[in-house]
Design a protein around this ligand. Structure first.
Ligand SMILES: [Zn+2]
Length: 537
């Protein structure tokens, strides 16, 4: 009875939309196993209707209804409705009775991963309150996670979300060839407008949430104001914890004003948004790098650069360029760092330079294999990155497995770093350390923000559970990610992205690609007239 009033709401407001017309009048005529929407199923023999997703207000339900004659008219009576959504960043929630809680905090449980068997996690609003066994709280919403695994959300330390625009491009090219074929032409000022940037970044945000990423670094090229605005709008809407690594690519003084304005008006007011400054360490563009390093210091945010991704990058002496530009003064994050010498590893470790490791991208672009074991041994902080279009899939499980596998294949040894345990830590706590956010995220330590994922593993790709922790890396897939919480807010529930018009977002990205393909056949046109930030800095 609890949901009866809500069922009437469903009938009145939503059910009609997803089925065929008014239900009562034509009910007996509808005798198909599925009608209106292929997810909605009706069994005419027993009169049962199953609705996998029904929105009632902000909540999402999975509901079973049964056809019954009431007061002379045919009605649907609710038999079962399960709340798929949970309080959106408000209230208390207990994740109860997980087979394993992998806290990534050795103080909380067994081993380096801090594992608790049959564990519970209590979070309130945006914060983790308690982790352990048999946690009770009469005020909490309980989500039964029996048989599942609970982990900190994955931290994606390097991405270019907009590159879903060029999926599949330049498949037989190395970095230089890929840039030439796939991204160079997109710098044309009439190409990426606000709508295209929004559509493609929004699509990618869904893809990274689906794989269990809770924090993403968007290293954005943003060659046009629309590119910046569309990207920010998509990130804000996504609910992800995000870092906007804003590349100083164009526009001198105006660009600096834009960056300051975005920080002030978009990033700082949002508790899950952060800023970094993007730069590029080449001799020919050292002036820009100096500006970027100075600005990062002024704003007290990290500087984020691509470093020695390809062997040819060495010709430019990028580490010397970074030194000359004063780039080691702010916190420095480098992406790739594939081709480091012994001395450079020692030097960068001494400078506390942090690394985003992108093994799938490095493999696809024939860039090489980062010296993970040596860099890890030298004490460098290493996180994992998906790296946009050249990762091809936003799959953190594949990225972890590849990081492990590449070293084994290279060194012809199976017991090399990273171990499965080390790579799970790199994907969570390691990523948080790279971003300087280790006090906020990266483990399930009480007091940290509630960025949590739940894995469902009684599935054909994962069960049975011989060594479930190893299996996260070896068997895991995005489809095993059952719940994703960012700052206590549910973004994925029961394997479904919450409250997202997925089809429309896919279609919008498809349209954006078509528009850009058409434009590239034409001479350069006028850029969209937009400003990045309303207060002008
Ligand atoms: Zn990159």
């Amino acid at each position: 009875m609890k949901y009866l009033s809500k069922v009437r709401n469903i009938k009145a407001r939503k059910l009609r939309r997803i089925t065929l017309g008014a239900l009562s009048a034509c009910w007996f005529a509808v005798a198909q196993p599925a009608f209106g929407d292929d997810k909605v199923t009706y069994n005419p023999l027993n009169g049962k209707l199953h609705l996998p997703e029904v929105h009632v207000g902000d909540d999402l339900y999975e509901a079973d209804l049964k056809r019954e004659m009431i007061d002379g008219s045919m009605r649907f009576v609710l038999q079962k409705a399960e709340l798929l959504s949970v309080p959106q960043g408000t209230g208390k929630v207990i994740l109860r009775n997980a087979a394993l809680v992998i806290t990534a905090d050795p103080k909380l449980g067994e081993g380096a991963l801090g594992v608790i068997e049959n564990g519970d996690v209590l979070f309130e609003n945006d914060q983790i309150v308690k982790v352990g066994q048999n946690i009770t709280d009469p005020d909490a919403t309980v989500i039964d996670v029996t048989g599942k695994m609970v982990l900190p959300g994955f931290v994606d330390t390097h991405n270019h979300l907009w590159q879903s625009l060029i999926r599949g491009c330049g498949a037989d090219k190395n970095v230089g060839g890929w840039i030439g074929e796939c991204t160079a032409t997109l710098k044309r000022p009439d190409i990426i407008d606000e709508k295209s940037a929004y559509a493609t970044v929004r699509l990618s945000t869904l893809d990274v949430i689906a794989t269990g990423v809770t924090t993403v670094v968007e290293w954005t090229h943003s060659y046009t104001p629309g590119w910046t605005n569309g990207s920010l709008r998509a990130l804000e809407e996504s609910g992800l914890r995000y870092v906007f690594a804003y590349y100083i690519s164009v526009g001198g003084e105006q660009r600096i004003a834009d960056i300051k304005c975005v920080k002030e008006t978009v990033i700082d007011p949002n508790p899950v948004a952060y800023m970094q400054i993007g730069g590029h360490p080449t001799r020919s563009r050292i002036e820009r790098l100096i500006v970027a390093a100075d600005l990062a210091q002024e704003l007290k945010v990290p500087l984020n650069v691509h470093l020695l991704e390809n062997i040819e990058d060495r010709d430019d002496e990028p580490i010397k360029v970074l030194e000359d530009a004063g780039a080691f003064k702010p916190t420095l994050i480098v992406n790739h760092a594939v081709h480091l010498t012994d001395d450079e590893i020692t030097f960068l470790a001494e400078k506390d330079v942090r690394v985003a490791h992108n093994p799938l991208s490095n493999m696809r672009l024939a860039s090489g294999i980062m010296r993970f074991p040596d860099m890890h041994k030298a004490g460098m902080k290493i996180g994992l990155g998906l790296d946009g279009g050249t990762n091809d899939t936003s799959d953190m499980f594949a990225t972890m497995k590849t990081a492990v596998g590449l070293q084994r294949a290279l060194l012809l040894k199976a017991d090399v770093s990273p171990t499965l345990e080390e790579i799970l830590l790199a994907a969570t706590m390691g990523g948080a350390q790279v971003l300087g956010m280790e006090d906020t995220i990266g483990s399930l330590t009480p007091g940290k923000q509630a960025d949590i994922i739940v894995l469902k593993t009684d599935t054909v790709n994962f069960a049975p559970h011989w060594h479930p922790i190893n299996q996260i890396v070896l068997n895991g897939r995005p489809s095993n990610v059952e719940y994703v919480f960012v700052n206590g807010r549910a973004l994925k529930v029961k394997g479904k992205l919450l409250g997202v018009p997925e089809k429309e977002i896919v279609q919008a990205a498809e349209q954006a690609v078509q528009r850009i393909k058409d434009l590239l056949q034409q001479p350069e046109g006028e850029p969209e007239k937009l400003e990045v930030c309303s207060n002008g800095g």
